[in-house]
Design a protein around this ligand. Structure first.
Ligand code: SF4
Length: 317
C-alpha cells in the first residue's frame, strides 16, 4: 500500500495518537494527572482484596499529585509546571490513580466539575475498571461530552478470563465488552488498556486478543509490556517461581508488537506501546536503559521493512 493511502492520512505505518490529537485540537494539549482520592473495589474488598498482582500505583503518580490537595490545586500546580516547559494553553484533567468512576454520582459530579472549572481545562481523561460504570454515570458523561472532550479509558488488561483470574483482576473480559457496549454512541472518546506478557499468556493468545478487541466499539488503545515492580504480589511470585513468567526482551517485544499491529482494526488509534517504570521501582525486565522512543522507532522501522502497516492482516468477522 502506498503510504499516502493509509486510512489515517499520514505516513506513519500505524494510526498514532499524537497525529490524531493534532487533527482534533489546533494547539498542543497537555494531560495533567490527578489523584482525586479514589480507591478501587479490588483493594477495599468490594470485589477482591490486595489489588491486581502487578499493581503499585506509585509507579504512575507524578510528584504534584496527592489526594491531600484538592483537584483544582493539583491541576493548578500541573499547569504551572507544564506552562514553563511548553507553550501550552490547553489541558486535559487526567483522573489516573485507582478507579476514577468508583464513587456515587454526586461525588463524581463534584470532582469532574471542579476540574472543568479550572481555566484552560478543556476536557477530562477518566481511567477506570469496566465494572465501575453504569447508565447513570454514562448519562452524566454524555452530557459533559456535549461541551468538553471526554476520554473514558477502561482497563481490560487481557482478553483471557483465566489470566484475569490469575492476576486477581476480579472482573471478566465480558465485563469489558458490556462496559463498551453501554458507553458507545454517547459522544465519548473510548479507550482500552491492555497488558502484554501476563503469566500464562502466549504470543498466540495475545495475537488472538488483537482480533477480539478489533470488533469492539472503542477508539484508542494503550498497551505496555508486563513489568514487575516493587511492593506488588508479583514481586513475591517472581522471586518464588520465576518460571511462571515469560518476560519480553526488547527484540521479542518489537517483533511481537509488529505482529499485533498487523491484526488491529485500522481505525483504532494507538496511544502507547510501552511503559517505563521508575528504575528504583523496576525489578524486571530491565531493557538496559532503552528509551520508549527508541522502541517505538524500531517498531515503526520493522513495519516499513516488512512492507506492512497496522491492519495489514485485519479481517472483518
Ligand atoms: S490496577 Fe487498577 S484495578 Fe487493579 S488494584 Fe490497581 S488500581 Fe485497582
Amino acid at each position: 500500500m502506498n503510504t499516502t493511502n493509509y486510512p489515517w492520512g499520514h505516513e506513519k505505518p500505524y494510526n498514532d495518537f499524537s497525529s490524531f490529537f493534532k487533527t482534533l485540537f489546533k494547539e498542543r494539549v497537555q494531560k495533567i494527572s490527578i489523584d482525586a482520592g479514589f480507591t478501587c473495589p479490588n483493594r477495599n474488598g468490594d470485589k477482591a482484596k490486595g489489588g491486581c498482582t502487578y499493581c503499585n500505583n506509585d509507579t504512575f503518580t507524578p510528584f504534584y499529585t496527592s489526594p491531600i490537595k484538592s483537584v483544582a490545586e493539583q491541576l493548578q500546580e500541573g499547569i504551572t509546571f507544564f506552562s514553563k516547559k511548553y507553550k501550552t494553553q490547553q489541558y486535559l484533567a487526567y483522573f489516573q490513580a485507582y478507579s476514577n468512576t468508583y464513587a456515587d454520582i454526586k461525588t463524581l459530579k463534584k470532582l469532574y466539575q471542579e476540574a472543568l472549572n479550572v481555566p484552560g481545562v478543556i476536557g477530562l481523561v477518566i481511567s477506570t475498571r469496566p465494572d465501575c460504570i453504569d447508565e447513570q454515570k454514562l448519562d452524566y458523561l454524555e452530557e459533559l461530552a456535549k461541551k468538553y472532550f471526554i476520554l473514558l479509558e477502561f482497563g481490560a488488561e487481557s482478553c483471557c478470563n483465566k489470566t484475569l483470574k490469575r492476576i486477581n483482576r476480579a472482573h471478566t473480559f465480558e465485563d469489558t465488552i458490556s462496559a463498551l457496549q453501554m458507553a458507545k454512541n454517547r459522544g465519548l472518546h473510548l479507550g482500552l488498556h491492555l497488558l502484554m506478557g501476563l503469566p500464562g499468556e502466549s504470543d498466540e493468545s495475545m495475537l488472538a486478543c488483537a482480533e477480539k478487541i478489533s470488533s469492539l466499539p472503542f477508539h484508542t488503545l494503550k498497551m505496555h509490556q508486563l513489568q514487575i515492580v516493587r511492593k506488588t504480589k508479583m514481586e513475591q511470585q517472581y522471586a518464588q517461581t520465576p518460571e511462571m513468567f515469560n518476560l519480553f526482551t526488547p527484540e521479542r517485544y518489537i517483533n511481537f508488537m509488529v505482529n499485533f499491529l498487523e491484526r488491529l482494526r485500522p481505525d483504532m488509534i494507538i496511544e502507547r506501546f510501552i511503559s517505563e517504570s521508575p528504575p528504583d521501582m523496576l525489578i524486571a525486565p530491565k531493557w538496559g536503559g532503552m528509551k520508549n522512543y527508541a522502541i517505538v522507532n524500531k517498531i515503526e522501522r520493522q513495519l516499513i521493512e516488512r512492507n506492512s502497516h497496522q491492519g495489514k492482516r485485519y479481517r472483518i468477522k
